[in-house]
Design a protein around this ligand. Structure first.
Ligand code: F6P
Length: 537
């Protein structure tokens, strides 16, 4: 396979970028009155306006040519078919099977995995209903009112994000808490006001070996036994979500209270596997199924739509353009909906653990930038903190704005004010305010440069009617496949995460050194930090 920079489309894009860099969105809009209509796409209840990107028809066709030359079609088919596209871990990548309809057949090593997926979903639903109806009782006979999910990374970020996003649909009698950090404060604050007799812990870990999760799970067991004083209580207050039954039972959780999944589900792609148990308990099985059907519709759109009318493909190609040809290093994700407050944090793992890579599938160093840094906060809060830099700073920061036409909480004029701000920010970023416009407001000359907005800042605008479980599924699947396409173009393995290993190994070595007086054999900085900690702890 040719390296990316040798592809014809890539080279033509490099040439094209030199022509595009001096162009301003003001002129692109002024010379093309149909631009907003042409550079927009509606699919699966999501509307994407991408006209405020610094692109022309030529940019788009070169990007589409790049997708074709990169073998994107074959790669999409390979993923959906269950080929082992995660080559460094020799695994299939089949999160799409988690939301496939019951009558679909998806084979992994000669076995149809759809019945297994459906069987776990049915068990989750039965369990979720028992909790929601008060039928599953705690050890002392009390109703379960608190659900504490213990997990980290993909075993935490998806569940927290989905719970916050769909809180409107949740059973308000239940309190959900999430413990992820190994910092004891996380556990202490999540449980300080809870009655153990009313609390269910979900220990969520694909491997069931993750240090943070196992430490928190052991602390949870001790906390529970501290209040209930009987080992037998563990069975009524702990369930596990994992691919590792042996480790679950070694920990002391009956595997009858375990919900399984499979090694072909990556941690950051697992929120609609059993890792979503807390979500299902909160919003109920029907809403969870609606979310899965949203995921599935976006899967089908991605799998079948021509690339020029394919939401994930277009968003990925725009990211490639902004990152590799216009030099953007980050993407701000700015949801104008308070319920999506954890969406940027969720996306950080999805995008950066997937495509934060420096070698290609063949192990060769890449000669181009890979994943941009994703970050963001819900609107309008960000407007009063970091938007200054996006508007007038020296860096190019493409933005993904996300908004909904109908609020789930209709209060006075809030929604119109929110949406006015959403549209205004995208408009200001694109078109700015010229020095002449500032002068025309009788601004003294010395102040004109400060009040001038250069504009020409690219953004996408994603709109949907209302935040529902189904729309959330579509939105998440949109980003999952967007990330997939980016990884294919950059020729990466988007499904491994070797970069998280070294720090874990070193921590295991350092931990006993913190409490001993033995000689240290690290670099001088690490040695000095350990010695200081020994004195201060
Ligand atoms: O540290 C990286 C990672 O392996 C993530 O990819 C994963 O989501 C997280 O740790 C948690 O892993 P587990 O679910 O096995 O506890």
């Amino acid at each position: 396979m040719k390296s990316l920079t040798e592809l014809r489309a890539w080279q033509e894009l490099e040439q094209h970028a030199t022509e595009m860099k001096p162009q301003h969105l003001r002129d692109l809009f002024a010379t093309d009155t149909a631009r907003a209509q042409r550079l927009a796409l509606e699919a699966e209840g999501l509307f994407l306006d991408y006209s405020k990107n610094r692109i022309t028809g030529t940019t788009l066709s070169l990007l589409l040519q790049l997708a074709a030359e990169s073998g994107l079609r074959a790669s999409i088919d390979a993923m959906f078919r269950g080929d082992q596209i995660n080559i460094t871990e020799k695994r299939s990548v089949l999160h799409t099977a988690l939301r496939a309809p019951r009558d679909k057949q998806i084979m992994v090593e000669g076995v149809d995995v759809v019945p297994q997926v459906q069987e776990v979903l049915d068990r989750m639903a039965a369990f979720a209903d028992r909790i929601r109806l008060g039928d599953w009782r705690g050890f002392t006979g009390k109703r379960i009112r608190n659900i504490v999910n213990i997990g980290i990374g993909g075993s935490d970020l998806g569940p927290v994000m989905a719970y916050e996003a769909l809180r409107h649909y949740s059973l308000r009698d239940l309190r959900l808490r999430f413990v992820s950090n190994v910092d004891g404060t996380d556990f202490a604050e999540a449980t300080w006001d809870l009655d153990a007799g009313e609390t269910l812990f979900i220990v969520a870990s694909k491997t069931f070996t993750t240090l943070e999760t196992m430490t928190n799970a052991r602390t949870a067991r001790a906390w529970l036994l501290g209040q209930l004083n009987d080992e037998k209580a563990v069975a009524s207050h702990f369930v596990a979500v994992s691919t590792n039954a042996a480790k679950v039972s070694e920990f002391g959780i009956d595997t009858a209270n375990m919900f399984g999944f499979w090694d072909w589900v990556g941690g950051r792609y697992s929120m609609d596997a059993a890792i979503g148990l807390s979500t299902m308990i909160a919003i109920g099985p029907d809403n969870f199924r609606a979310m899965l059907s949203g995921f599935h519709s976006m899967d089908e759109h991605f799998r079948t739509a021509p690339f020029e009318a394919n939401l994930p493909v277009l968003m990925a190609l725009l990211t490639i353009w902004n990152t590799n040809f216009l030099g953007a290093g980050t993407i701000a994700v700015l949801p104008y909906d308070q319920y999506l407050k954890r969406f940027p944090a969720y996306l950080q793992q999805l995008t950066m653990e997937s495509n934060g890579k420096h070698v290609t599938l063949a192990g060769a160093p890449v000669k181009y930038e890979t994943s941009p840094i994703y970050w963001g906060e819900p609107g309008t809060n960000g407007q009063h903190s970091f938007y200054q830099l996006i508007h007038q700073g020296t860096r190019l920061i493409p933005c993904d704005f996300i908004g909904f036409a109908k609020s789930l909480n209709k209060l006075g004029e809030h929604q119109d004010i929110l949406i006015a701000n959403l549209f205004a920010q995208a408009e200001a970023l694109a078109f700015g305010k010229t020095a002449d416009e500032v002068r025309a407001e009788k601004t003294p000359e010395w102040l004109v440069p400060h009040r001038t907005f250069e504009g020409n800042r690219p953004s996408n605008m994603l709109l949907a009617e209302q935040l529902t479980p189904e729309i959330l599924g579509k939105l998440v699947a949109l980003y999952e496949h967007n990330v997939f396409v980016q990884g294919i173009i950059w020729q990466l393995d988007s499904f491994d995460q070797w970069g998280v290993e070294l720090g874990k190994v070193l921590a295991v070595r350092i931990q006993p050194e913190l409490t001993s007086a033995g000689a240290l054999n690290h670099d001088s900085s690490t040695n000095a930090l350990i010695e200081r900690y020994r004195r201060m702890r």
